[in-house]
Design a protein around this ligand. Structure first.
Ligand SMILES: C[S@@+](CC[C@H](N)C(=O)[O-])C[C@H]1O[C@@H](n2cnc3c(N)ncnc32)[C@H](O)[C@@H]1O
Length: 219
């Protein structure tokens, strides 16, 4: 995720807007546009309902969820990333199933009653109060609903960049669970580190570890 032009930016909104406007590929995207493998694996088989996606970026997961019948609220700090997602949704006939919300999750308060809340790779080299965001995310889950947190187990070694030098250590799924401070009435359904084969932008084949935590609020 490197780009030397944004190294000096510390404001989260400015940082991510710069990232999404300056590091696009030939398709006009920063990310692949595909659903994250762990999200696909964990959500396939769940009955669709209301979903909230935190740090949706260009909407790869939101679009996949919407195509499977979920009504999605996709939140990100970058208007440019959300615009790419909204364009794709319009192209694919999914516009009426996804609400795109530009907001800083550091202060944004979700409404409640979601059957699924996801946070996939909600990491940032600039300030991101992730634990508080995830605790608010858990509070937004409806009885019987789920919170899914997917993260990097390690930063991709091919993505050598000052971005990661000062980044806080990446939490294990156990540490994510502990930080959620869930009250009684939640069940851990997935707590795993799962390898994923990827081909990096420079063509290097890599095996990355994803951390996956899925918890269900008792119905
Ligand atoms: C590593 S990207 C992951 C994007 C997407 N979930 C995916 O898996 O492709 C992290 C995303 O979090 C968003 N983000 C970072 N800090 C944020 C904040 N404070 N509020 C809202 N979104 C934020 C960024 O704009 C970016 O889209």
């Amino acid at each position: 995720m490197g780009n030397e032009t944004d190294d000096a930016i510390t404001d989260p909104a400015e940082f991510w807007e710069a990232r999404y406007t300056t590091t696009r590929d030939e398709n006009g995207r920063v990310w692949s546009g595909r659903v994250n493998a762990a999200v696909e694996r964990e959500v396939t088989g769940l009955a669709p309902g209301r979903a909230l996606e935190l740090g949706s970026g260009e909407g790869g997961d939101a679009l996949w969820l919407a195509a499977r019948g979920w009504r999605v609220t996709a939140v990100d700090i970058s208007a440019t990333a959300l615009a790419v997602g909204a364009q794709t949704a319009a192209r694919d006939g999914l516009a009426d199933r996804i609400r795109w919300v530009q907001a800083d999750l550091a202060t944004w308060q979700p409404d409640t009653g979601y059957n699924l809340v996801t946070a996939a790779f909600l990491h940032s080299p600039v300030e991101l109060p992730r634990e508080g965001i995830l605790r608010r995310a858990a509070a937004a889950v409806a009885p019987g609903g789920r919170l899914l947190v997917v993260g990097h187990g390690e930063f991709p070694s091919a993505a050598k960049h000052a971005d990661h030098d000062d980044a806080p250590p990446l939490p294990t799924p156990d540490e994510v669970l502990a930080a959620l401070e869930l009250p009684e009435g939640w069940t851990v359904e997935t707590n795993a580190v799962v390898g994923r084969a990827v081909t990096w932008r420079d063509g290097t084949d890599l095996e990355l570890d994803d951390t996956v935590l899925r918890v269900r609020r008792d119905g």
